[in-house]
Design a protein around this ligand. Structure first.
Ligand code: DAH
Length: 353
């Protein structure tokens, strides 16, 4: 694999490497082999990802041109990996079907009534909280277009910020993807209802991340947008976040702080932390906590977002996006996100309603 230590985007070397990588991908005989290739090429520190990061150092014109070329290469690599993985999985499924049988005539236990999953319970609580405060509670489509997921959120096709969202594109459907965040609902809502608006949107989001203790390719987010013709300040944002965090964790006195951060659809953008302490291995959110934990992203709506949403004239707003799975894990001392999606009956009974 290539070593990259020059501050020039090594497009030629990457183009040369492409043929060799495609060969390795198409001749991989195990999914682990494919995962390793994927990490080495388009993982967080992969060769192609690193080249994307270097786009920062080139002029705007070059950035567009190189960005498009790199995107094409990345898409090719992703497609080849998905195709080969599909082939390998197909073989495994056939082998499994031949070797495994299931006796569906066996009796079931009598105590196997279902209950609401802890994520569903939390979504319901959040919905009710916001409904009771007069917010619109909406959901958008999980299958989105490039426009709503990226362009309208101030991330045009060559924008390097797109690379931080490992996106699942739908094969055979141009510019169609599984939404990588719920921020798209900001655009859809303002396009449809205009402003003033106070809304939240909750739902599933998808990123092409390897499943491990802290990452899952499918997770849930809640997005909040408040926009008006009258001035809205960062103070309003802080107040709203305090309300939500305090409600979710069931604690009256909390301490939150903002750290400057970058999200193309807000300006300024911040990351939100809150104080906590640990007791018996469990995390307790409290104003008196001695540590800070990161909760999500937020900021003041970028003028381009208003523009893409068809809002003209004076407009102000704030938005935030938080991971529900992360909140549920923090509140309940769950350390492995995979537990949420396993079907361990004891676990489900323990956390179910
Ligand atoms: N959409 C961002 C993400 O998934 C989170 C986010 C950050 C949402 C800042 C916002 C915001 O509304 O203002 O990473």
């Amino acid at each position: 694999m290539l070593g990259l230590c020059r501050a020039v985007v090594p497009l030629v070397e990457i183009e040369k490497g492409l043929q060799h990588w495609m060969k390795s991908i198409l001749s991989a005989t195990s999914s682990q082999e494919l995962v390793n290739l994927k990490i080495g090429l388009i993982g967080k520190s992969g060769v192609i990802t690193t080249a994307f990061k270097m786009l920062k150092t080139v002029s705007a014109d070059e950035k567009k041109n190189l960005g498009e070329k790199l995107n094409k290469i990345k898409n090719k690599v992703e497609e080849a990996i998905a195709e080969q993985l599909g082939k390998l999985n197909n073989c495994c499924t056939l082998e499994k079907l031949e070797n495994e049988t299931l006796d569906i005539t066996l009796p079931i236990g009598m105590n196997t009534f279902g209950g609401a999953h802890i994520i569903s319970q939390s979504i319901k609580k959040i919905r009710n909280h916001y409904l009771s405060r007069g917010f619109l509670v909406l959901d958008g489509p999980e299958i989105e277009t490039d426009f709503f997921n990226f362009d309208a959120l101030n991330m045009p096709s060559h924008h390097p910020a797109r690379q931080s969202h490992d996106t699942f594109y739908l094969k055979g459907f141009k510019e169609t993807l599984l939404r990588t965040h719920t921020s798209c609902s900001q655009i859809r809502t303002m396009k449809e209802k205009g402003i003033p608006i106070r809304m939240i949107s909750i739902g599933k989001t998808y990123r092409n991340d390897q499943l491990d203790a802290t990452h899952s390719p499918m997770f849930h987010q809640v997005e909040c947008l408040v926009a008006d013709r009258a001035p809205i300040t960062i103070g309003h944002l802080k107040n709203e976040l305090r309300k939500f965090i305090s409600f979710f964790f069931g604690v009256e006195s909390i301490a939150i702080r903002f750290r400057p951060s970058f999200f193309p659809f807000v300006e300024p953008g911040v990351e939100v932390d809150c104080r906590y302490t640990k007791k018996d291995g469990k995390l307790i959110v409290t104003e008196k906590g001695d540590k800070w934990i990161e909760l999500g992203g937020a900021g003041m709506v970028h003028p381009n977002v208003f523009k893409y949403s068809g809002i003209t004239g004076q407009a102000y707003g704030f938005a935030f996006g938080l991971g529900i799975d992360r909140f549920v894990m923090l509140k309940n001392g769950i350390t492995d996100i995979r537990n949420l999606f396993d079907t361990d009956q004891r676990w489900l009974r323990h956390y179910g309603t």
